[in-house]
Ligand binder design. Structure first.
Ligand code: COA
Length: 158
């Protein structure tokens, strides 16, 4: 049974993340999408809200679990018996940061491998900050996020 984790802030989950998750579900037996609780970011949505949006948005996948973690991502990978960490690469600009993280994680724990997946090119320019900005300004974000995220923004910025 090959299990992988896909960590991130997911503030909120976007269709670009879902695209990466779908690709991961086709490669691994089980995918744990896991919310980082303590990041240097100051998330708009609480941990509970981010978890709920993920639960609702990923209901259609039968080999996806939702989780959250504090501390080192490699320790979390071990705790859930994952063999690898998925990271998305949207563009060359992602590469340097991701490369550093992957090598540091390998240094911390050589048993855990980082696997990079590319989302569809239509999601290259997507990130959660842009979505938050657009939503706050009441722009139409329906083509970029799953329906439960749309509903969560409607409740937040009504
Ligand atoms: N589609 C759309 N957007 C995407 C995307 C995709 N496929 N992939 C990434 N993004 C966006 C994210 O939404 C996020 O947007 P934002 O910064 O505007 O909010 C941005 O790109 C980068 O986020 P992401 O790649 O998800 O990283 P993160 O900051 O959310 O998560 C952690 C980074 C939490 C995984 C990492 O800091 C970590 O592992 N922390 C734990 C502590 C640790 O172990 N540290 C040692 C690591 S070496």
């Amino acid at each position: 049974m090959r299990k992988v984790i896909y960590p991130g802030t997911f503030d909120p989950v976007t269709n670009g993340h879902v695209d990466v998750i779908k690709r991961a579900t086709e490669l691994f037996d089980s995918v744990v999408v896991t919310v980082a609780v303590n990041t240097s970011k100051a998330p708009l949505f609480t941990t509970e809200e981010r978890l709920k949006m993920l639960e609702e948005s990923l209901k259609g996948f039968n080999n996806v679990e939702i989780d959250h973690f504090e501390g080192l991502v490699v320790e979390h990978a071990h705790q859930v018996d994952a063999v690898a960490i998925i990271r998305g690469l949207r563009a060359v600009s992602d590469f340097e940061y991701e490369f550093q993280m992957a090598l540091m994680n390998r240094k911390l724990d050589s048993d855990i491998t980082t696997v990079f997946l590319m989302p569809h090119e239509k999601y290259t320019y997507l990130n959660s900050s842009l979505i938050r900005n657009l939503a706050e300004l009441h722009a139409d974000i329906s083509e970029f996020v799953p329906d439960p995220v749309l509903a969560a923004f409607k409740a937040k910025f009504k």
